[in-house]
Write a protein that binds this ligand. Structure first.
Ligand code: FES
Length: 56
């Protein structure tokens, strides 16, 4: 499912990024552009990051 429509980023993309060591929205924005345009994806993207980091 698309989380960030502005940059065409899916929940799987975010999960994969989190699994490869990205742990903050700042890093995620740099890597995938998530949250850098309209910002509507930020809340959900942050939730996914938190979820993946919690299960590490
Ligand atoms: Fe992610 Fe707009 S939906 S920046």
């Amino acid at each position: 499912m698309y989380v960030c429509l502005c940059h065409g980023v899916t929940d799987r993309d975010i999960r994969a990024a989190a699994e490869s060591g990205i742990s903050s929205m700042r890093q995620l924005g740099k890597e995938l552009g998530v949250g850098r345009q309209c910002g509507r994806c930020a809340t959900y993207a942050r939730e996914i990051l938190r979820e993946v980091n919690a299960t590490d």
